[in-house]
Design a protein around this ligand. Sequence first.
Ligand code: VG1
Ligand code: CO
Length: 542
Amino acid sequence: MIQTVATTPYADQKPGTSGLRKKTTVFQQPNYVENYVQSIFDSLDGFSGKTLVIGGDGRYFNREAIQKAIRIALANGFGRIVVGRGGLLSTPAASALIRSLKAYGGIILSASHNPGGPDGDFGIKYNAENGGPAPEKLTDRIFAGAQTIAVIKTLDTPDVDIDALGTTKLDGGTVEIVDPVTNYAALMRTLFDFDAIRALFASGFRMRFDAMHAITGPYAHAILEGELGAPAGTVVNGTPLPDFGGHHPDPNLTYAKALYDEMMSKDAPDFGAASDGDGDRNLIIGRGQFVTPSDSLAMLAADARLAPGYAKGLKGIARSMPTSAAADRVAAKLGVACYETPTGWKFFGNLLDAGKATICGEESAGTGSDHVREKDGLWAVLLWLNILAKRRISVAELARQHWATYGRNYYTRHDFEEVDLAAANALMDALRAQFASLPGQRFGALTVEAADDFEYHDPVDGSDTKGQGVRVMFAGGSRIVYRLSGTGTVGATLRVYIERYEPPGENLALDAQAALADLIGLSRSLAEIEQRTGRKAPSVVT
Ligand code: VG1
Ligand code: CO
């Protein structure tokens, strides 16, 4: 029943920060999914008879794409395909499953925090046997293969029933439908003190978890409300919907505004959290206290020992370059190394595999550890709960104590979404053209110390990655970083990351936008954002 189908390449199948991400309509073109999936397998070898994990975040076109991937995987020689029931697997759960099954790899159908639906976005990611996103050298190979692809191998079989647990035998192998939560929940039980968290909820601690109609709903219902005894209603928007209820499943202050407003209200619960489309991001807000993802990474690292999975301490901490240096101060105090990588989780894989880092994080609301090879939204929420259950203080008090010890890295990110691509590239080029003249220049109280384009030398495999974001660094540790998004699908998204360090002392409780006002102003003028893009204000402030 193996069929060989002739095809022609699509020129645009270049994976970005996290897999191939395009408009759903692009993926619906004839053979578009098939070409890319076949190109993935063409760039791999030695998988004959082995296991492949497949799952997605439940967005529109997920089910169709999964059927295609199953057929192509079996026709190419995989022996066993393991699929989450309903085609569902969060990104971290897929990573965990690949690792615990010792699978060859996995395919995750998701455009993560991008909107879904017929007019939204779709995506395909490949994860390797360590459970982590394909490294750059593999994504380069996949792209190269997609440029010359001529044949797709597939099966001529009807759709597999992906809604019923159990195993189906097909030509060349088996398809196994598994519960998407079971394996992941078991892993969480090994890392966290569930009894302590249960006692916290039993004491009247109130929480709101906004699953944003995305993949974490079933996980949060089962773990938070099911196992940990949080009252029913703790999890809201807990049913995954193909279009995420028409919302943008990105847990930040703009798109998770309802949660933010509730947490700032008079009758706010003690703890608020949200996760994104594919469940790898987390947003943390205490009653009356937003915690930036960069601070969350630092605070989790500082108290990680309170969770059984990290009781022996951390081997090291890693953060993406635009993430604030708050975690660096914790690493210094713990006496462990801190690594600074380009944006995207694929750069953490080597450090985690080599045992150089235990906890990693990104300013974009991604935090995770060596338990999997992806960032993990619910994991971060559970670590927060574990820490709060042990310390029995509020999020606001924990933050106050943290800043009193380490000082505070005031931080904000301003996104200018869907700007003209040529204008965005010209803006970045113009910034690079100022590298030579910027050092030494003064802007009010700010003096530029250095300006460059971030480059990363991977200490494990020796690879070099260039052009990872323009940094303008000021005396005293303040910083403005400019990057173009590698996950957007329309025009360009300009991300501007702004940071200022305030040492322990008086000024630790300011509003971040106010504390950063002069840097924010400078970030606009230095890059001529309005002149070049026509935008007076960012579309997302977080
Ligand atoms: C963004 C974030 C990055 C994150 C990536 C994938 O990338 O900045 O930190 O790893 O999304 O996250 P970019 O290139 O758009 O800035 V997700 O939750 O989409 O898997
Ligand atoms: Co995501």
